[in-house]
Structure formats: C-alpha cells, structure tokens
Design a protein around this ligand. Sequence first.
Ligand SMILES: Nc1ncnc2c1ncn2[C@@H]1O[C@H](COP(=O)(O)OP(=O)(O)OP(=O)(O)O)[C@@H](O)[C@H]1O
Length: 300
Amino acid sequence: MTLMIDNVKKEFGQHKAVDGVTLTIEKGSMFGMLGANGAGKTTTFRMILGLLDSTEGSVTWKGSPLSYKRTNVIGYLPEERGLYPKLTVKEQLLYLMRLKGMKKHDIIKSLREWLRKFDIEEYENKKVEELSKGNQQKIQFIASVLHQPELLILDEPFSGLDPVNTDMLRKAVLDLQEAGTTIVFSSHQMRNVEELCEDLVMLKRGEVVLHGNLREIKRSYGMKNVIIHSDNHLRYLESIRGVISLEKTKDGAIVQVENEKVAEDLFYAIAEEGFVRKFELEEPSLHDIFVDKAGGDTDE
Ligand SMILES: Nc1ncnc2c1ncn2[C@@H]1O[C@H](COP(=O)(O)OP(=O)(O)OP(=O)(O)O)[C@@H](O)[C@H]1O
C-alpha cells in the first residue's frame, strides 16, 4: 500500500534533470521532498503524475501504474499556480471538480466547509482576480483536495503565505493526513518540513543524496551544535582542534564541532574563562543538514 518510485530518469536535451531516483513512500505518510533550486523536485512530481514524455523508470500506487488519468485518486498543487481569473471561486471549483466526476451539491457543500476552515467564506462569489495572492493560493489548494484524493502532491504549498495562513495550511495538511491521505510536498522552508514530515528525501542535481526518517537522520548526525550563552570573549574557541565554525549570537555563540568529544574540550576551556549562563549540545537543524548535503539555501 505504497507509492513506489523506481529508478525514474528525465533528461531535457543533454541535461539530466532527474537521474535514477528510487523512493518508497508509505501510505498515510507525510513525505518531504527537499533540494536546492533546480535539484529536480518538480520534475519528479511531474513524473509521479505521468505528465512528462520520454521518461524512464516506473511509478506505482498500491501496486498499479500511476498516471494523471487516475485523476480522482490524485490531488496536485502545481508550482505554477493557475486559476481562471475571471471566474468566481464557486464557478472555478464547480468546473474543476465536475471534471473529476463530483456532483454539484457535494462540491458546494465541501467548498463551503473549506472556505470556512480557511476563514474566507466571503469570497465564494468573488472573482479569483479580486483575491490576494495568498487567498488565491488557498483556493488552489482547495481545488487540489476537494475531491478527497488518496494521494496529494503539493509543490511548494507554503511559498508566499504569511505566518497566519501558513499555520492554517499546516493544520489543514495535518488533518488530511490524519484522515488517511498520503501527502508528498516540497518546501524550502525547513521549519515546515521539520514540523510536518516523518520521512524525507533530499535531491541534488537530480540524484538522491539523503533519504529516510527525519529523527534517524538527525540522530545519525550526532550532537554537533553547541549553544553558548556567555558574556565572555568567545572567539578564542575557534582555535580548539575539532571546532568547525563559530557564529556569534546576541547571547554568545553557536559553535559547530566535529564530534561530542570536541564539545567536551570546549566545555572545559570555557569553564576556565568565567561565567557561562548556558552550554547546550544540540542535534543539527534540518537547515544545517540541508546545507551540508544539498548544498543550497533554504528560506531560513
Ligand atoms: N521543461 C523544461 N525544459 C528544460 N529544462 C527543464 C524543464 N523543466 C525543468 N528543467 C530543468 O531541470 C532541472 C530540474 O528542474 P526542477 O524544476 O525539477 O527543479 P526544482 O527542484 O523543482 O527547483 P525549484 O526549487 O527551483 O522549483 C533544472 O535544471 C531545470 O532548469
């Protein structure tokens, strides 16, 4: 009962956009697809949906080949948002959901529930072009979930949303997962990924560089960040063997170390110098892991 992506490949001319990606995504999971700009996330999504020609490899959902023709099974929020600006929200959703075989009465009932959930009930009869970008995005999200898909693919669902709307969407996505939907999403916002995903993959130049359970990945990295709160001059810590970097903060510094033994050396060195308010050893953040593995910028 899973989404199986087996050795998928796609070239654009000479350029290998996706180069042999193999993934297993468990039914009911919330799966993060990460990678720097141009790493191949959108291309992988399009291959899962069967939207691209001349690809290699296979994608199966619950054991059968998946294609966008099984459209009532899949919900997709594309990266390039595309709604009809002159239609009202209701007309838009009626049109899109009837294509998926839903009945008018069910569409309107479900649409009203979603508009209430997103606190935009007053927009039901407004033209899409009259809505703000964030509210248009919420409508597009509704268009990807109204037919209750089993598998939901969200390409950058949080981009461009303010913190209140981000929280609203995060909650909606978690509710859908709780109701049994399998969700795969991409994001450059590591906080959203950390809070939502149990499993993830990181792509780099079309290849998988990291794949697995987020907790286990973090544990395997070990405790490599030392948070120090102190008024002491801390720059001298950079000269300790095994210290990778030192970043000054308003309270003191964050020091990256090679391993936990180096953190211990740091502890003794700093204790000799004076009062320390805090000395804490932390797992790396997903941002640190991303920069290390995928070598790109996140939105944090
Ligand atoms: N239709 C296309 N024609 C030519 N090249 C393409 C096409 N679509 C994607 N590419 C190239 O394939 C690579 C992967 O692109 P893709 O959009 O999958 O990356 P991404 O990880 O989704 O990036 P982003 O985070 O910027 O959205 C890029 O180098 C891109 O320029």
